[in-house]
Write a protein that binds this ligand. Structure first.
Ligand SMILES: O=C(O)CCC(=O)C(=O)O
Ligand SMILES: [Fe+2]
Length: 237
């Protein structure tokens, strides 16, 4: 079955991915996007009408490299991925919020969640394509775009680390209360998706569950070029 379809995504081993997210703060969906589709997404970076804005990271102190936010209406493929990835992630997000003692619960389908963002004044789409060249990097950050936040997001590596670039590792850091930070480097192959927390996650400790603060970024590219597709589920102000 094509993994990118709604049924394909629903039939992935979500119990396993949820266990990985609970244990390590990230999970990998291997080969979510086939190489041809990866290539066509990379090619679409140079289109202009598909996007609502173009950011040069160095100008904002975000790192070095660039990205573009897709405009509404999203390309079918991006809209489809956002809608199909959301329901299993909403179950995990609701379980995490219960564990962290947070009242917010997320509806089971993405259209209803996006309607909540729009009511809160967050109406601009957040899925994005990123492009890095040699020496580029992405500083550790959190993709919060307003009060309405869906706590998990997905990044998909479109380039092939065997042939397209060196360095440029996806990195997560976890800041635990009153403790030193922990880093996790996520090895991705072309078409792999990593699921990770936007800003925090629950960790079970000896004295109950506590909340850790998460950031993500990309280490410096040593050579070549690297493209990613980012899927963020809340919209932006
Ligand atoms: O390029 C990457 O791997 C990370 C992109 C990113 O920051 C995101 O998708 O939110
Ligand atoms: Fe990000």
């Amino acid at each position: 079955m094509n993994k990118m379809t709604r049924d394909g995504i629903a039939s992935l081993d979500w119990e396993k991915h949820a266990r990985e997210l609970d244990a390590h703060g990230c999970a990998i969906l291997e080969h979510l996007i086939d190489p041809d589709t990866c290539q066509s997404l990379v090619a679409c970076y140079d289109e202009t009408e598909t996007f609502r804005s173009h950011i040069h990271m160095a100008r904002h102190g975000f790192g070095r490299g660039e990205y573009k936010y897709f405009a509404y209406p999203l390309p079918d493929m991006i809209a489809g991925l956002r809608q199909s990835l959301y329901p299993p992630l909403a179950e995990i997000a609701n379980r995490w919020n219960r564990a962290m003692g947070l009242d917010r619960r997320f509806p089971g389908d993405h259209a209803r969640f996006v309607a909540q963002c729009h009511e809160a004044g967050q109406t601009r789409p957040t899925p994005l394509l990123l492009r890095y060249g040699a020496e580029d990097y992405n500083c550790l950050h959190q993709d919060v775009y307003g009060d309405c936040v869906f706590p998990l997001q997905v990044a998909i590596l479109l380039s092939d680390p065997k042939t397209d670039f060196e360095g440029g590792e996806f990195v997560l850091t976890e800041q635990r209360p009153r403790m030193q930070s922990r880093a996790e480097v996520v090895p991705l192959m072309q078409g792999d998706a990593v699921i990770f927390p936007v800003h925090h996650r629950p960790v079970a400790g000896t004295r109950g569950t506590y909340r850790v603060n998460m950031r993500h970024g990309v280490s410096r590219l040593r050579a070549g070029s690297r493209h990613t597709l980012g899927i963020i589920f809340h919209d932006a102000k």
